[in-house]
Design a protein around this ligand. Structure first.
Ligand SMILES: [Fe+2]
Length: 414
């Protein structure tokens, strides 16, 4: 992975807020920063600056007279898609901010009142991620894909409904709005991946598979075209599905044990998408995917990422490739970060680091078990961490084993 650096740069940041005192304090606060700071007291002035300057990040207030933050972000997304969008929001508007995040209008939010150092660190982190995702080597790989997969708007609507705890029926209705998507979902649900037989309705699929799984399929069908797949590809996709399924069932449980609800509560499906890069490799670069797997199998016990490193794909691994697409699809920052750093969790932002570390831990446990190593004599020091206790670790292992065996049997029976 390209190293995160703190070299001097003159990135352009635009702050939009109708409170002049806030803009003044921002200007003062960032006087000695590496950023070139622009401020606008309203959305019209903000749009003018966006027109004339190459702005990297827009940080905007949410509640403003005239056009509100939501409308403003919508316009900016359409007209200036390369600008990273961040919401500066008061605590009361936090839920509205989350709604904007799930709709792909902003990547993250900063809560008022803020500490300048924290905001500066956050902006630097966003810029570093942008640098990684825009590196020539990565773009070279992405440009090799003739038609970039597009994420349906339905995905964002679906995420929003799930986050708002809408009923199964309401969520299913969203998917049914697009018959071609509904058909593709049923195709995957009825295939070997999930082992459903003759499931003919989305409602039935959502009840049997669960909303998490449905969301996972929804994202995956944007990326893949299973109709043309060979059985090897299908088998590898099953492995990726099972992994994300186990991840997303354990992650909230373990996170809650340590933190109660916390920020992760807003994105209960963050565990589903962390390995998206593998799916992209499988679909668009099957040769490379197979060589990674081949090398992994030759060196029994080696993990997928280790095999990538050994083959010289360090800078552009499945982490960068997956993160590129999640960012391209305007998924919130937490999704991009979990994909980008799940094998290097210490590089994640302060805000998301513990979630990424937890994903890393569960991912390594799954690898350990899949490698057929004896879990009775497991050396817990390999998984030593301050997120979950040894006792919980010991309890988690049989749970993973059980989930793996349940799903392996589904595949075997098909
Ligand atoms: Fe991975």
């Amino acid at each position: 992975m390209p190293s995160i650096n703190s070299e001097k740069h003159n990135s352009k940041i635009l702050f939009v807020d109708d409170e002049i005192s806030i803009l003044k304090s921002i200007k003062r606060g960032f006087l000695h920063s590496d950023f070139e700071v622009f401020t606008a007291p309203g959305t019209i002035e903000g749009l003018q600056i966006l027109e004339n300057e190459n702005i990297d990040i827009l940080v905007t207030d949410y509640r403003m007279p005239g056009m509100d933050g939501f409308q403003f972000l919508k316009i900016v997304k359409e007209k200036f898609p390369a600008v990273n969008r961040v919401i500066l929001s008061g605590f009361i508007e936090k839920s509205v901010a989350v709604e904007s995040l799930t709709r792909g209008l902003a990547s993250t939010y900063i809560l008022k009142p803020w500490l300048n150092e924290e905001v500066e660190e956050k902006l630097n982190h966003i810029l570093n991620i942008r640098r990684i995702l825009k590196s020539n080597k990565l773009l070279h790989i992405i440009n090799g894909i003739a038609n970039l997969p597009v994420l349906s708007n339905i995905y964002h609507e679906f995420m929003e409904a799930v986050n708002n705890e809408k009923s199964m029926g309401e969520v299913s209705k969203i998917v049914q709005k697009d018959p071609s998507i509904a058909t593709k979902i049923l195709h995957v649900a009825n295939s070997a991946f999930y082992g459903l037989k003759n499931c003919s309705s989305i409602s039935q699929a959502s009840v049997t598979l669960g909303l998490d799984t449905l969301q996972d399929i929804l994202l995956t069908i944007s990326v893949i075209d299973t109709m043309k797949w060979n059985s090897d590809q299908t088998k590898h996709l099953q492995d990726i599905f099972i992994r994300s399924f186990i991840m997303n069932s354990l992650l909230p449980e373990l996170y809650k044990k340590k933190y109660g609800k916390g920020p992760y509560k807003n994105f209960p499906s963050a565990g589903l998408t962390y390995d998206t890069g593998k799916i992209i490799l499988l679909q668009y670069y099957p040769g490379r995917f197979n060589s990674i797997i081949g090398n992994k199998n030759k060196n029994r016990g080696m993990e997928f990422y280790e095999s990538e490193l050994a083959l010289g794909f360090e800078e552009i691994s499945h982490q960068e490739i997956g993160a590129f697409f999640l960012d391209y699809w305007n998924l919130p920052e937490i999704f991009v970060e979990t994909a980008l750093f799940h094998h290097n969790p210490e590089d994640a932002s302060d805000q998301n680091r513990d979630i990424v570390r937890l994903i890393n831990l569960i991912d390594r446990l799954i690898d350990y078990i899949l490698a057929g190593k004896n879990t009775d004599t497991i050396d817990l020091s390999l998984f030593k961490n301050d997120l979950i206790s040894d006792k919980t670790l010991k309890e988690v292992i049989p749970t993973i084993k059980k989930k793996l065996s349940e799903h392996v049997s589904i595949i075997v029976h098909d």
